[in-house]
Each structure stands twice: as C-alpha cells, then as structure tokens.
Design a protein around this ligand. Structure first.
Ligand code: FUL
Length: 733
C-alpha cells in the first residue's frame, strides 16, 4: 500500500504547485484575475468593506444557469383563464359553481399559434387563481374541471396547453395561486401547506418539463381575514427536486416582480439587488431591515449597497395584460392595447433589462379573441422587422479589439477595460437609426453604471442618448438620426465593463391614428402614439392628404366645425385612417346652474369640460334615492338648438350610465319646455356617445338633462360629457 500513499502525496504536491503558480501569476497581473472571478447567485460583504469595494463585488455576482436561460427568453406570456372568464370577475370569491366552466371551443393550439406569432418563448397558465378553481383534474379538491360540463368532466387544460406548447416548441410554466378562497383549510397553515404541496406535486410531476413556477404574492384577506403561513422553504425544495430547471418567480427566489403591473420597468434596473429573494423568514427580515420591497425605486445603487450585508442576482420580470383586466371581459375588447403602446412597453421592459410577461386572456369560447390574435401578429411583425437589420454589422470598430461589440452575436464579448472607455463605430456611408441596443455579457456580471451615445455628423460630435444601467439588454429610442460615426462611451462601471453587443437599428414605423381634442376654450390639439408624428388636417370637410396643413401647435376653433386629420409615415409614402371630429359651439362660458350632490372626485363641472376622460358622478354616501337625477347647464347665450349629446363615462366601468332620459330647455331658467324623452339605443351592450334630435328647433339658454333609469337600474348617475347641437351647418372655418 506504500506505493499508493506516495502517488497521493505526489498528486497533492502537484496540486499545490499549480495553485502557487496561479497565485503568483495573479500577483503579477492582479486586476485580470480579480475581474474574472465571479460569484453565482449571491455575495456576502465583509463587514468592513468600503462602499467602493462593495460596488465592485456586486459587479461580480452572476446569474445561475436557470436564470440565464430565462433571461434570454425576453418575451413570455401569461394566460389568465378560469372561472373568472365565465363570471366576468377579476377576483372570484371561491363560491362559484364549477358548472359555469364550459369553454366549448377550447383550442390550446390556437393560443400557442397566436403567441408564437408575437415571438413569445414561454407560456405560463393560471392553473389555479385566487378563487381556487383548478384547471386540471386534481385529487385535492372537486372544485376543478372535473366538476364542470367541459369535455364531460374529463378535460385537463394544463395538459392541453402543455401538449400544444411541446408541439410548437414553446416552454411552459405554471401559476398556482397561494391565496385560495375556496379551500376550507386555507388559514389552517399545516393543513393548507400539505394541500398546496400536493397540488404542486401533481403539476410538477404529471406534465413533463416545467420552466417557470409563478407564486403570486396577492392576498386580499385583509386584517380580519384568514391568516395562512406559507411554507415557502418546502415549496422551493419540492420544485428544485421535481423540476430542477424551473425558475421560481415573484414570491420565488430566482425572478423578481418589477413592482408594477403597468408594463413599465425602471430606467435604472439592477439585476444585482440588495433586495433579498423569496419568502423565507430570514430573507423577509433582511428586506425589513433595509426597508426594501419589490416596489422600491432603488434596489441596487451604491447608496443601497452601502447599507446592505449581501447582494443577490435577482432579475426583474414585467407582467402586464394586453387588456385592462387580467381575465377576458367582452366589453374590454375596444380597450386592447394598441401596437404603439405594446412597442412602448417592449422598450420599457425587454429594453430595460427585464423579461416581459404579457398576459393574453382567452375568451369564454376557449379561444384567444380575433382582436388579440391580430394585435399579437402586428406586434410580432413589428419586433422582427424592426430588429432584423443591425446597422452595426457594417461598421469598422476602434479600438479594433472591440469588433465583438458589433458582430450581432451576444456570445462573443470583450472587456472594454477600466472605465471611462469608449468604442467608436465608423461607417463607409452614412447610416440612419433610431434605436441603440446595448448588452452586457452578464455571465461576467452587471457592471455599467453610466453611459452615453454620441454621433458624428459633418465632423461634429453630439450626444443623442445616455443612461445608467445596461444589464442583459438595454434599448434606447431616439429620433431618427443620420451619422457617419457612432461612439459608445462607458463612463462608469463596477470594474471592467464586458460589452457583448452595441447594435443600431431603424425600427419599422407605426402609423397610429391621431386623437383630436378641443378644450373648453376652443383650442384644438392633436396627438398620436408615434413619437414626432406627421399629421395633416383640414377644416373644410375635405379629406386631408400629404399636402394639407401639417399639425404643429394647437389652434383655435371657437365655433361649430369639422376637423379631419390623418397621420403619415416619415417619408409620407403611407398614411393611416382619416379621423373626423365635429364640434359645436364652444363651451367657454357654460356653467353648471343646478346639480344633484356629486361624488367629491367627480364634480358636475366635468360634464361640460370637453374632457372625455373626466366624468360627473353623483354622491355614493348616505341614503341614495332612486332616479330621476338631473343637471342643469347655463350656456350664458341664447341659441337655436336642434338636439343634444350624451357621452357615457370612459373608464371602462359603465355604472351609472343613463338608459332612459328626459331633456328640457329654457330661456330664463324658470319656465321649462320638455323637448325629448326616451331610451338610448343599445346603451347596455355598447355604451357610446348618443346624439338625440328634437322634433323642432328650440331657443335655448338653459338645458336640463335628467336620467330616469340607469343601465343597471342604479341609484346614481354618471356622465362624461353633455353637449347641444346648434342649428345650422358646420361651416368651413
Ligand atoms: C395579481 C393578481 O391578484 C391578479 O389577479 C393577477 O393574477 C396578477 C398577475 O397578479 O397579483
């Protein structure tokens, strides 16, 4: 055996020699060894570390393999579907009968095709929302698809979607709401934890690979509600055991909620945060001490790090719905997010170092609505066409060692060395671009703290963009600029900056229709969702074309008139729809003469303010008498009037909208003439602006609008705007 011992000794000596050599080399070239050393997932600061040193160490924390894979997905989707789809609610209370669930035409293949068209890479399904209704045949409760008429109680939405994802090569994740308003054991902590673990086990064992588990932090129990202590540690252990490749999000330890459901992340977004991940009590204690939560404005600046004892790789996910609600509601179809809005969200999520989780809720048929399908396709086309042609690829890069920045390949990267540092891209011919893409090689950490972009035109350098963090991906949108040289200045970073990409793109233009507004004083303004739009307009009733007046600043239209407007693309080769607004006399001198008591937030003046976004709402406090409810307006001028208009509130909630009405007029405010009485057509199904004509012309200074019945029979009234139709043509201005 002696010879074996000698072999061991030899091996040990050899290892020692290697270590000593590395240490010696490191001493010779200290900085390069230091910069390359990274810490996966987290780093604990020494107690006496200086603020500067802490920042440097934070720059060496890197994602683990799961987090890196997830970050590269960029675009992911949420599917909110369940009993709420059938009740019209956003939060069910758990008493809903499973019999309501019957998506007769459910086709997960159709969902997946629509999502793929948008460039989505992973789909997360609400397997159970707060109402407790399970979309798979769980053994834990009868409150599931098994108790529903859908597929005769034999269906399984989780299975159908997972199968469709596999067929289409999409990844799959599950949302299992911890808060459960149906479970009788919710609030009995050990019993509910057992049930929840069983539900998780079913989902993580029976459907193949799961890539993301989404733990919602929402709980609306209130101070007197049920108190459930979730056993987060047990949930996490289970996931790691059954699905080691899945990231655990929100109340999980891998992926952080960005802190809003608006679709807009932070301009400074650190993936390395002092915010401690997950729900374990010790992590919660860290956050409490630091006074941090997901919604805090700053999670990773030097100031925050100075107070922290540890830092974590905890990247942000931006969740937002394509519609106002998370679940499908038919009346929200007209309010689906526009393409310019989705593009803006893309820049503010994916373009701000986050992953976008876009919710698309299927409807009661079990299909993604045609409107959403079309919007997803438009969005997917816009992303792919905008980022197809990377102009950087044509550049010569100085210093020449930094060519990897402009090769369109994230996997190749170069250290820019100590900051400040720069890279200059020179083009043989001028290029025109409106987006700058920057990517750090996050496998070496997120380090950049400040950067600017300059362009050279006719020999002169001008700064066109700048920012703080870059991280996995940063997109900066600017007005289109022509340049022969572009310089990327990394001004400050936490150690050497490793830049993987510096791309330049000219995005596909989105022509969005103009919105025309006239205020109470008669000033007309126009806007649309395209930055720096080209809008032309007419006031003589003709259709605007590229030669018509271009809208630049508000103008006065004090009388009755017609405004027509149309938006064009940059080179005026394409245009959008013609938008027409007709206006009557302007309401400058109008005032409210009499009105029912109003809700303090929604005064009666709002019905004559020419703002379709504001409303009048009567009081909701005390005893609410049944209608009639009325408002009297003094126009301060006597006019020949032929009719009136009523516009319902515009905030997506139609409560208080008038169904039956009465309209009376007066010249002195004392003697009244009833003009019309009736019911607005189709107001319940399609609440929109109504125009009602009188039988004969009336001389009017005062008018009184009365609601006799609301669309839901309510004891209050709401209205966005009231107007009159003065007699005579809308003459050209
Ligand atoms: C929230 C929930 O309460 C909403 O219903 C939705 O599921 C959203 C994604 O998370 O916290």
């Amino acid at each position: 055996m002696k010879w074996l011992n000698s072999v061991f000794l030899l091996i040990r000596a050899e290892r020692l020699l290697i270590r000593l050599t590395i240490a010696f080399l490191c001493l010779l070239n200290f900085s390069s060894c230091e910069t390359k050393r990274v810490y996966v997932g987290q780093f604990t600061f020494d107690r006496k570390m200086s603020a500067e040193r802490k920042a440097m160490m934070a720059g060496r924390v890197v994602p683990d393999a799961r987090q890196l894979e997830w970050q590269k997905l960029e675009l992911t989707a949420f599917i909110h579907f369940g009993i709420n789809t059938f009740t019209g609610r956003e939060w069910g209370d758990g008493t809903e009968s499973p019999e309501l669930f019957n998506p007769e035409r459910l086709d997960a293949g159709q969902w997946v095709t629509a999502l793929k068209d948008a460039g989505i890479k992973l789909v997360i399904l609400t397997a159970k929302h707060h109402d407790g209704f399970c979309l798979w045949p769980t053994k834990t409760t009868m409150h599931s698809v098994t108790g529903s008429p859908w597929r005769d109680g034999e269906g399984d939405v989780v299975w159908e979607l997972k199968k469709a994802c596999e067929d289409a090569d999409l990844r799959f994740g599950i949302y299992l709401s911890p808060w459960d308003r149906n479970s009788p054991v919710y609030g009995n902590s050990p019993l509910y934890n057992e049930l929840y673990i069983q539900q998780l086990t079913e989902l993580l064992s029976n459907y193949g690979r799961i890539d993301e588990v989404w733990f919602d932090g929402a709980c609306g129990e209130g101070p007197d509600g049920k108190k459930q202590e979730y056993d987060w540690a047990a949930y996490y252990d289970l996931i790691r055991r059954l699905q080691p490749e899945a990231v655990v999000a929100i109340k999980g330890e891998d992926v952080r909620w960005v802190g809003t459901e608006s679709g807009y992340g932070r301009a400074t977004e650190w993936s390395v945060t002092a915010l401690a991940p997950g729900g374990r009590p010790e992590m919660q204690a860290i956050n409490q001490n630091l006074g941090l939560d997901e919604t805090s404005a700053d999670l990773g600046s030097r100031e925050v790090l100075e107070k922290a004892g540890q830092v974590f790789w905890f990247p942000a996910e931006v969740d937002v719905s394509i519609r106002p609600g998370w679940f499908f509601h038919e009346n929200e179809t007209p309010r689906i997010k526009s393409l310019p809005r989705l593009a803006d969200i893309y820049f503010n999520s994916v373009g701000m170092n986050s992953v976008l989780l876009l919710n698309i809720p299927p409807d009661r048929r079990g299909l993604i609505h045609e409107t959403d399908v079309a919007r997803l396709k438009e969005f997917g086309n816009w992303v792919s066409s905008s980022f197809r042609d990377n102009l950087s690829l044509q550049a010569t890069v100085i210093p020449s060692g930094l060519k990897a920045l402009a090769d369109g390949d994230r996997e190749t990267y170069k250290s820019m060395g100590n900051t400040p540092a720069y890279a200059e891209l020179t083009f043989k011919e001028d290029i025109v671009f409106d987006v700058i893409l920057l990517q750090e090689y996050i496998e070496h950490g997120q380090r950049v703290e400040e950067f600017t972009i300059e362009v050279q035109k006719e020999g002169k350098w001008t700064e066109v963009a700048g920012g703080t963090t870059i991280g996995y991906k940063r997109l900066l949108r600017i007005q289109p600029v022509r340049a022969s040289k572009v310089r990327i200045n990394i001004k400050k970073s936490r150690g050497d900056a490793f830049i993987a990409e510096a791309g330049l793109f000219l995005t596909s233009e989105i022509i969005s229709d103009p919105v025309i507004r006239r205020n109470k004083d008669g000033w007309v303004s126009m806007s649309n969702e395209t930055p720096c739009p080209h809008i032309t307009y007419t006031l003589d009733g003709s259709d605007p074309d590229r030669e018509s007046d271009r809208y630049t600043t508000p103008f006065l239209l004090p009388r009755k008139g017609i405004v027509k407007a149309r938006a064009f693309n940059r080179d005026l080769s394409e245009s959008g729809n013609i938008i027409t607004e007709t206006y009557d006399v302007c309401k400058t001198n109008w005032r409210i003469a009499v009105a029912e008591p109003s809700h303090p937030a929604f005064p009666a003046e709002n019905v004559i303010d020419e703002d379709p976004g504001s409303m009048w709402h009567t009081a909701l406090e005390g005893i609410l008498p049944p209608p009639p409810y009325s408002v009297t307006v003094d126009m301060n001028d006597t006019l020949s009037v032929c009719g009136f208009t009523y516009a319902p509130r515009n905030d997506g909630n139609f409560s208080g909208t008038a169904l039956q009405y009465e309209f009376a007029t007066s010249t002195d405010g004392v003697h009244w003439l009833p003009q019309v009485k009736g019911e607005f057509a189709n107001m319940l199904n399609n609440p929109s602006k109504q125009t009602i004509e009188f039988e004969q012309t009336a001389q009017v200074r005062y008018f009184r609008f009365t609601m006799l019945k609301g669309i839901y029979g309510e004891n209050w009234i709401s209205a966005a705007e009231l107007g009159i139709i003065s007699c005579g043509e809308a003459f050209p201005q």
